[in-house]
Design a protein around this ligand. Structure first.
Ligand SMILES: *Cc1c(COP(=O)(O)O)cnc(C)c1O
Length: 219
């Protein structure tokens, strides 16, 4: 418990310091605690320490863990940060407050339909494959304008962009690219930065950082 509170305070202080260096307001940056693979007992101490935004990468895992935790703390916000299959769109819309991984036409259509049916829309980010990596999810940089246009036509409100830069290279140019793409398309939110690079992401405009290991320890 003390451990979790200590780690949280440290990450928050690092975010505040990076924000200050970039002359940004700390309040404009939301810390998402990535709780994938960690069970409810590992998550409760962070909730007790005041953390309210949590990230999961699988619908199934989140559906198993969070109803109970949410019953205890109704004001938590859940973020889906992993790839989403179209056939899980309805479940995702019901469970999550934000979806960071909208990345293709079929998913845009499935989510639009699910949101209409549910009468609610989580906050939506389009994930961009900024490193043009074959294995990685995310819409290609060149395909972004068409996907955003399609979302608009389908009535899906996209508020930001998300990226996972290539591993083991300097992430700053990719964060800068995501920021520029968001700016170009008039989108206010940028979901970027993980345990190893969230301070850099904050300096380059992140509004949402997704931090797992630095808060929970190694998975
Ligand atoms: C797991 C994960 C994170 C958190 O990674 P850490 O290095 O543990 O902070 C962030 N974003 C996504 C998309 C992830 O899958």
């Amino acid at each position: 418990m003390a451990d979790a509170a200590h780690r949280l305070a440290e990450v928050q202080a690092n975010i505040a310091e990076a924000a200050q260096r970039a002359q940004r307001k700390t309040g404009d940056i939301r810390l998402i605690a990535v709780s994938k693979t960690h069970d409810a007992d590992a998550i409760r101490p962070l909730i007790a320490a005041g953390q309210r935004d949590f990230g999961e990468n699988r619908v199934q895992e989140a559906a198993a863990k969070w109803p109970e935790l949410r019953a205890e703390t109704p004001d938590v916000a859940l973020h889906l940060i992993g790839q989403l299959q179209s056939n899980k769109a309805e479940e995702a819309v019901a469970l999550f407050d934000a979806i960071h991984s909208v990345d293709r036409s079929s998913l845009v259509q499935a989510l639009a339909k699910a949101c209409t049916k549910a009468g609610r829309q989580p906050l939506m980010f389009v994930q961009v494959n900024v490193g043009d990596e074959e294995q990685k999810g995310g819409c290609g940089v060149a395909d972004l304008p068409a996907l955003l246009a399609e979302a608009k036509d389908a009535g899906l409100r996209i508020e930001g962009l998300m990226a996972i830069p290539p591993a083991d290279v300097e992430p700053a140019p990719y964060f800068a690219l995501l920021d520029e793409l968001a700016e170009r398309h008039d989108l206010p939110l940028r979901s970027m930065g993980m345990s190893g690079d969230y301070e850099t992401a904050v300096m380059l405009g992140a509004t949402h950082v997704r931090v797992g290991t630095a808060l929970f320890g190694a998975r």
